[in-house]
Design a protein around this ligand. Structure first.
Ligand code: NAD
Length: 292
C-alpha cells in the first residue's frame, strides 16, 4: 500500500483513521465488455483503466504522447490477468479520435463503455488569459468530450444491443469536475469547459436514453494526481485544502475508479444524466460548517 506522509500526518494529528480506503476485492461485473478510457496513461484515467480491467472489461488505454506511461498501465493490467491495448490520439483532433475508436473496435469487436477523462488546465488571471489558453482548454476538455461521445454513440447505434454483456446498448461517463458548479477564480477557461460538459452530457443523455444508451458524469473533488500537485504536496497546502473538504482526506484516483466501475455496470442501469460528485463533501459549502 502506498504511503502518503503528509496526509497520514494530517489524519494522525486529528485522531482520524488512515486516509486511504481499503482495497476491495474486484467483482467481474463488466465481464465481456469493451471499454475505451481517454487520457489513461496517468492519474485518474490510469486508475479507471485498471479498475475497469479488474472488473472484467477489455480496455483501450488512450494516451496523447507518452507511450512509455501507457505501457506501464498495460503491464499492470496484464499482471492482474486483464486484457488491454494502447491507443494513441489527441482527443481534440477529429481524425485522431476516429482512428482511436476504429482501432479499439478492430481489437475488441465492439465498444460498450467510453470513459472520457482526458483533460488539462492552463491557468491565468482572467485579464492575462490568452486566446490560445482559452481555446486549448475548451478544445480538450469540451470539444474532446464531444468528439469522443459522438464516436461512441455512432458505434453503439451501429452495433445494437448486446444483452449477453449489458442491459444497456452503451455507457458514456464524462469525467467532469466539482468546478462544473463551483466557480473558480483564476481558472475561468477550466470552469467554463466543465460547466459546458454538464449540459452537453445532460442534453445528450436525454437524446439517446430511448436507445438505451446511458450518459453520466463523474465530478471529482480534489484527487491526488499530477494535475494539482501544488494543492497537496506540502503540509501547508494540504492543510489549506482540507478546509475545503468536510471528509478531511484528499481523494485518491481509486475513489474515482470505483465509482466509474459501478456507473458503467448494470448495477447503475436506471441512472442516466446525473452528475455524480465524488468529492468528500466539497460541494457541501464547507464554509458553513461553523458559519452562516
Ligand atoms: P492528469 O494530468 O494526470 O491526467 C490528464 C490526462 O489527460 C493525462 O494523461 C494527459 O496526457 C491527458 N490528456 C491531456 N490532453 C489530452 C489530449 N488532448 N488528448 C488525449 N489525452 C490528453 O490529471 P487527472 O487529475 O488524472 O485528470 C483527469 C481528469 O479528471 C481531467 O479531465 C480533470 O479535469 C479531471 N479532474 C481532476 C481533478 C483532480 O483533483 N485531480 C478534479 C476534478 C476533475
Amino acid at each position: 500500500m502506498p504511503s502518503f506522509p503528509i496526509a497520514d500526518d494530517y489524519a494522525r494529528a486529528r485522531g482520524l483513521p488512515s486516509d486511504l480506503p481499503p482495497e476491495r476485492p474486484p467483482a467481474p461485473i463488466l465481464k465481456g465488455q469493451a471499454a475505451l478510457v481517454t487520457g489513461a496513461s496517468s492519474g485518474i484515467g490510469r486508475a479507471i483503466a485498471i479498475g475497469l480491467a479488474r472488473a472484467g472489461a477489455r480496455v483501450a488505454v488512450n494516451y496523447r504522447k507518452s507511450a512509455a506511461e501507457a505501457d506501464g498501465v498495460l503491464a499492470e493490467i496484464a499482471a492482474d490477468g486483464g486484457e488491454a491495448i494502447g491507443v494513441q490520439g489527441d482527443v481534440s483532433v477529429e481524425d485522431q479520435v476516429e482512428a482511436m475508436f476504429a482501432r479499439t473496435v478492430a481489437a475488441f469487436g465492439a465498444l460498450d463503455i467510453l470513459v472520457s477523462n482526458a483533460g488539462l488546465q492552463q491557468d491565468a488571471a482572467f485579464d492575462e488569459m490568452t486566446l490560445d489558453q482559452w481555446r486549448r482548454v475548451i478544445d480538450v476538455n469540451l470539444t474532446g468530450q464531444f468528439l469522443c461521445a459522438r464516436a461512441a454513440v455512432r458505434q453503439f447505434k451501429a452495433q445494437g444491443l448486446r444483452p449477453e454483456v449489458s442491459t444497456a446498448r452503451g455507457k458514456i461517463i464524462c469525467i467532469s469536475s466539482v468546478h462544473d458548479v463551483i466557480p473558480w477564480a483564476g481558472h475561468v477557461n477550466y470552469a467554463a469547459s466543465k460547466g459546458g460538459v454538464m449540459l452537453m452530457m445532460k442534453s445528450l443523455a436525454q437524446e439517446v436514453a430511448p436507445l438505451r444508451i446511458r450518459v453520466n458524469s463523474i465530478c471529482p473533488g480534489a484527487i491526488r494526481t499530477p494535475i494539482n500537485t501544488q494543492a497537496w504536496s506540502t503540509p501547508e497546502a494540504y492543510g489549506a485544502l482540507m478546509d475545503l473538504v468536510p471528509y478531511k482526506r484528499i481523494g485518491e484516483p481509486q475513489d474515482i475508479a470505483q465509482a466509474a466501475v459501478w456507473l458503467a455496470s448494470d448495477y447503475a442501469d436506471y441512472i442516466s444524466g446525473i452528475n455524480l460528485y465524488v468529492d468528500g463533501g466539497m460541494t457541501l459549502y464547507p464554509g458553513f460548517e461553523e458559519g452562516g
